[in-house]
Ligand binder design. Structure first.
Ligand code: GLC
Length: 430
């Protein structure tokens, strides 16, 4: 039995180990989210059971048909690795309450109920095969278990439901699936507080089972990182990961006719990745596999293309420790990521004029990636004007060329040197 620490003691202990536990995650930047479950068969959003008010028995009949092809998780992991992603997070149980592993605690699972295979087990093996870190999404809300909603007003139901959750967490994290890197809780209804969920006890148990694990903020405790959803907004002073659907509509499977027109292309994915890197976050990009487990076709080519681009530019401009958000707009054709004295300029719009404004620090060199070919430039008080490369030197993968600007010291940038009232504000006021 773990000795239960008070909240301040617990949070202090978790904070003390955070830098070590999260080192890999902070360098990783890019991961794959997988929403998979009985909802996949209906193909109308993972909330379908609640939205369409399905009867539990009828939904159980749907779940009984859930028989993806063995080997499908390998396909996801292979694509994630090809895309330059470093970790994966699978919905081991979504709100429908159906478990994707061979659970003794929850008979409503893919093996006992549907006669299928242990998807979680295969998923973990596939992640290992492709060198990816392993994350488990785990819904606290449950539309299937009879005690779930009763929790809110019935203490006995709540005790039983907590035992049920704890039992499942022990199965997932107690060693049967080896080392698990991320626990990704979701939706804490109906208990809207950490006390209601017993999250302090629950998460201390989790950390006892998996000392290096990283936990998200959705069990009503802040834990290790926050999770902006469908938006790329930095969390102040905290680690954060933006989770995004691929098609802007649904996490769970939608057929391609519905999803393809709204799906991101490779350029769009790289824009998202840039936004999180610029502000020091990670991107967890979702796919909702088909009922047989196959990857939705509209995700394949864009992700592979992103992977080819990251292969060339990722080490310089994406992976590893970046300096968040010092320089924002210094050119009309792209944006930056930063690593100390070096800025990486991602040119999103092709232009053969390359001009940067507002830098006060002396530029040492500007080089074209990936070969680091030096380019001539002149720097005046207002502008850095660069001799553009020849057209065949621009990026041919997605047309996002990256330039490395190395400054003599940490670059100081004035956002709007063209607006003297901002630059000279103090003098104007006098
Ligand atoms: C939401 C939804 C859910 C999805 C999740 C991903 O909270 O309830 O369907 O799994 O976000 O972030």
């Amino acid at each position: 039995m773990v000795e239960i620490l008070s909240r301040p003691e617990y949070e202090k202990e978790v904070a003390n180990t955070r830098d070590d536990r999260m080192a890999w995650w902070r360098d990783a930047r890019f991961g794959m989210f997988i929403h998979f479950g009985a909802h996949t068969l209906l193909g109308r959003n993972e909330w379908v059971m609640a939205i369409e008010n399905w009867d539990i028995g009828e939904y159980e009949d749907v779940a009984r048909q859930f028989k993806p092809e063995p080997g499908c998780t390998r396909e996801w992991a292979k694509l994630a690795a090809e895309a330059g992603m470093k970790y994966m997070v699978l919905t081991t149980r979504h709100h429908e309450g159906f478990s994707l592993w061979d659970s003794q605690v929850n008979p409503y699972n893919v093996v006992a109920h549907s006669g299928g295979f242990d998807i979680v087990k295969e998923f973990v093996e596939s992640c290992h095969e492709f060198g990816l870190r392993v994350g488990f999404y785990f819904s606290l809300m449950d539309w299937h278990h009879p005690d779930s909603w009763r929790c809110a007003f019935d203490p006995e139901a709540r005790a039983r439901f907590q035992d049920f959750l704890t039992g499942m967490l022990k199965e997932l994290l107690g060693g049967a699936y080896g080392k698990i890197d991320i626990l990704w809780y979701d939706v804490s209804r109906p208990m809207e507080s950490h006390e209601g969920w017993g999250s302090l006890q629950m998460n201390q148990m989790v950390r006892d089972l998996q000392p290096d694990i990283i936990i998200n903020n959705r069990s009503k405790l802040d834990e290790d990182f926050s999770t902006p959803e469908e938006r790329l907004t930095a969390a102040e002073g905290k680690d954060w990961e933006a989770c995004m659907t691929f098609n802007r509509i649904s996490w769970g499977y939608l057929d391609s006719a519905q999803a393809a027109p709204y799906s991101y292309n490779s350029h769009g994915i790289l824009r998202m990745l840039h936004t999180v890197c610029e502000s020091g976050g990670n991107l967890l990009l979702n796919i909702g596999p088909r009922p047989d487990g196959g990857v939705p076709p509209e995700s394949i080519e864009p992700l592979q293309t992103v992977g080819r681009w990251l292969e060339v530019y990722g080490d310089a401009a994406v992976y590893g420790r970046l300096t968040p958000g010092q320089v924002s707009r210094a050119s009309g054709t792209g944006r930056f990521t930063q690593r100390g004295n070096k800025l990486y300029f991602w040119q999103f719009i092709h232009s053969d004029q390359l001009i940067f404004g507002g830098f006060e620090t002396k530029l040492k060199s500007i080089r074209l990636l990936p070969d680091r070919t030096p380019l001539d430039f002149t720097q005046t008080q207002r502008q850095i004007v660069v001799e553009p490369p020849s057209p065949d030197q621009y990026d041919s993968i997605v047309n996002i060329t990256v330039f490395e600007l190395e400054f003599e010291e940490m670059p100081v940038h004035h956002r709007c040197s063209a607006y003297p009232q901002l630059h000279l504000g103090e003098e104007l006021l006098k």
